[in-house]
Design a protein around this ligand. Sequence first.
Ligand code: MG
Ligand code: MG
Length: 248
Amino acid sequence: MINIRTPDEIKLLKKAGEIVGNTHKHLQQYIKPGITTKELDEIAYNFIINSDAIPSFKGYDGFPCSICTSINEEVVHGIPSNRKLQEGDIVSIDIGVCYKGYHSDSAWTYPVSKIDTDKQYLLEHTEKALFVGLSVIKEGIRVGDIGNAIEEYIKKHNLGIVREFVGHGVGQKLHELPDIPNYGKKNTGPILKEGMVIAVEPMINLGTDEILILDNGWTVITADNKPSAHFEHTVLVTKNGYIILTKR
Ligand code: MG
Ligand code: MG
């Protein structure tokens, strides 16, 4: 079943989204060569707690930290550590928070200082793919329409789409129905209705779409070690469009 949110629930989901957006905004100034991803995790944890929310990822299936930090060839679920960011890296930061029982979820890939043109290309088109996917959303469309829009855009730009991980509904749980793949056929899948809240999150690779999971059981990397990017917003479906809840 796909939940349709009441006005009171939407208020809480908006607040949760605002905290996620603000956490991104706050963290962004610290993303520089020399900072460790563990330090970024601590900054995010403190910011979220001081916003009267809790980090959704901490303890999720045993995940040890508050945010995911995935560097370069790491696709998603990177675990914050003592690794320092270096000039030329890209780092995907995924943040989820829970506010009064309601979650929100947003990821963004940041350049660390100057990055090469391949990485710029990857970031530019993964971010655009997110907005291309979002642009079709309104009451009455089907989930496959979103995936189809993303897939068509990414194919045109010769990038690899990660298929093993997908977007999702968001609400009292971080991951709810429906699954929202970043590929698909038009006019297939569940129909979206006003009041549904979903996260759309293309994970796009510069090279192959194949991935591997590291021995830590979490970190997903590209099979060819080429870089990967991840852009995600949680949005509310409306009659004529959508509202981004995780704006920065
Ligand atoms: Mg996320
Ligand atoms: Mg998500």
